[in-house]
Design a binder for this molecule. Structure first.
Ligand code: GLN
Length: 306
């Protein structure tokens, strides 16, 4: 698709989903996120040649939140190959992202790396190799987006840590099964900080491009084998939007990973990486305008994995 067509297409998607912008509820269990204006929307598409197109507020930073779980998983796979799968599963949970209930039945092995419990284990695994998982994610995002100014929003991180009883509970519970090896408070801190990275749609779409390029980085070097990115994309499709993953697959038809900051990163393997952002969430914690935009994008392009 020619560049000008993509710009027009994204402008069309933005126009068509306009009635959805501002609908839904901004996450307020992290108080700093509750202050975000819901009347915002952006979309960016990065193509395999490294170009990026956007519409709306696509250069406005937002809180990465659970989308960081893609990058911690990719980095853990790059460091330790398949070892992570001894410590975390890859089945959809059918429960909320911050749920505790399955963990006891399943002996402290989280269902998948994209619910909070699973991401805490991945953070612990990555921290065991690189020292600080947040710094590793930041280095990766800066290199792939070409933006050296990507930072953790320390106000958001402090706000989540101040209200972090559930995350602490999850991490202690995992540690009681021997599935957290580092210090519990340190792992929680690293987890909360990589969730609190501020990023815009442009930089996020570029940072996700390796998943559309079957493991190749911006500089052409290989980060992961095609087999690994196939697996990350598969887990995104089945688990990336929590207990709404079936509905998301049905409506959008491509792998996607959402965050309570209102962002979603979605991948059309071989074709593009798409970042959307609208802060209003549905009751499962997925962006209302973001899902609507991806729905329109895949419908208009006919791009899908099916
Ligand atoms: N930092 C958030 C939390 O742990 C991430 C959740 C999300 O984006 N779904 O609750």
């Amino acid at each position: 698709m020619a560049a000008v067509d993509m710009d027009q297409l994204l402008a069309q998607v933005t126009r068509e989903i306009e009635p959805q912008i501002g609908t839904g509820t901004v996450a307020d269990y992290i108080p700093a996120l509750g202050a975000v204006d819901p009347n915002q929307f952006g979309i960016a598409v990065a193509l395999p040649d490294g170009t990026c197109h956007g519409s709306g507020q696509w250069t406005e930073p937002f809180s990465l939140q659970s989308i960081s779980k893609i990058f911690t998983l990719a980095l853990a796979l790059a460091q330790n190959d398949e070892d992570i799968w001894w410590r975390v599963g890859r089945e959809p949970s059918g429960t909320a992202f911050n749920s505790l209930v399955q963990l006891e039945y399943e002996n402290g092995i989280p269902r998948n790396p994209f619910i909070n419990a699973g991401a805490l284990v991945v953070t612990d695994q990555l921290a065991g190799v690189v020292g600080d998982a947040t710094e590793a994610v930041l280095d990766f995002l800066r290199a792939e987006s070409g933006n050296p100014d990507i930072r953790c929003d320390e106000v958001v991180a402090a706000s989540e840590e101040d209200h972090g009883d559930r995350i602490l509970a999850l991490t202690h519970f995992l540690a009681s099964y021997g599935n957290i090896h580092g210090d519990v408070r340190d792992i929680v801190r690293q987890y909360v900080r990589h969730c609190s990275i501020a990023i815009n749609c442009r930089d996020l779409a570029l940072s996700g491009l390796f998943l559309a390029r079957h493991g190749l980085l911006r500089d052409g070097s290989r980060m992961l084998a095609h087999n690994h990115t196939k697996r990350i994309n598969a887990v995104m499709l089945t688990c990336g939007t929590y207990d709404a993953a079936g509905e998301f697959a049905y409506r959008v038809g491509i792998p996607g990973k959402s965050g309570v900051g209102g962002g979603i990163l979605a991948i059309v393997p071989g074709r593009c990486s798409i970042a959307v952002w609208g802060p209003g969430l549905d009751r499962r914690g997925n962006s209302v305008s973001g899902v609507a935009a991806l729905d329109r994008f895949t419908a208009l392009t006919d791009w899908s994995v099916f």
